[in-house]
Design a protein around this ligand. Structure first.
Ligand SMILES: [Zn+2]
Length: 158
């Protein structure tokens, strides 16, 4: 901004859910899963980032190319982004979680157990029963569709 210009608005500022989702997108780029890359971010009650995570194999396990050849066979070995994320905090310390994909049923149960109050996701995951779990336990489950917008190969825009 030039020196003689004064700011006229603060509306260009990202909201906390947008901020978290943008970080979750970046985290998803680290996933080694060629079929589904998921990122997740945890924000505390003071809007601080507690951590970022993505889906992948257990730390230290190096899979060969054959491992990735069978999409279904690999499923049970993949640690979901939310599982990895919850390893970074204790119950009651996180207010908001953003995930690039709607949490699966099991992950939604876990986020509930960890006391998370708001969950934002970008892509839907129709097989998940997260909506019913969130509704019953009073957790806000909100879609931020198309945020951040992906232009090309991971490049993002707000
Ligand atoms: Zn999951």
């Amino acid at each position: 901004m030039a020196e003689n210009q004064r700011p006229t608005s603060t509306t260009a500022r990202l909201t906390i859910p947008e901020y978290a989702m943008a970080l979750a997108h970046v985290a998803s780029l680290r996933s080694e899963d060629p079929f589904r890359k998921v990122g997740a971010v945890a924000i505390d009650f003071d809007n601080r980032v507690i951590g970022t995570a993505y889906n992948g194999l257990a730390p230290g396990y190096d899979a060969d190319l054959d491992f990735w050849a069978d999409r279904d066979a690999r499923r049970k070995y993949m640690l979901h982004a939310e599982v990895n994320l919850c390893s970074l905090f204790t119950r009651g310390n996180v207010r908001l979680v953003a995930c690039t994909t709607k949490p699966c049923t099991s992950c939604m149960q876990m986020l509930c157990a960890y006391g998370v109050k708001e969950v934002y996701f970008r892509e839907d995951y129709p097989e998940s029963e997260a909506d019913a779990i969130a509704k019953r336990y009073g957790i806000q489950l909100i879609q931020l569709a198309n945020y951040p917008q992906i232009i090309q190969s991971g490049e993002i825009t707000a």
